[in-house]
Design a binder for this molecule. Sequence first.
Ligand code: NI
Length: 169
Amino acid sequence: MIHPIVKYGDPVLETPTKRVENFDADFQKLVEDMFESMYAASGVGLAAPQIGLGLRVTVIDVSNGKNPEAKLVCANPEIIHAEGEQREEEGCLSVPGFRAHVARPQYVTIRAHDVTGKEFEMRGEGLLARAFCHEIDHLNGVLFITHLSMLKRDMIKRKIRKLKKAGEW
Ligand code: NI
């Protein structure tokens, strides 16, 4: 089932999430729905708050559905190591139409649970490292615009307010 993506302004996006405790059939269905919703929106990552759910889980696929092995479920993910730096343009399905340069580590290692609850560690580089940071931020109630300068962030917020007034947000 494809869920609509929650947009900036909804408090669920700025509220820290609760840990996943039950890796049951309902959870597996939720993860399937998240992948479906992410692909439908042409995203490379989706966190549960983006479909209105305050749960600590994110799905990632930096291959955009081209490589089945790139499909990642990260429940209760934590960054355990980060190094280097990259500065690339970043966007978010919950802030559509706005992209900005954000500094992130070039290498990021996470520890998380998979869809069955099994713990794993994984090292990501480049776009995958960026996705780990962006999605874990979501699970902590943080959006990428938080990392921008106040000037840039206020400009985006102002434009969103205009869109809201026009009924286009
Ligand atoms: Ni996002």
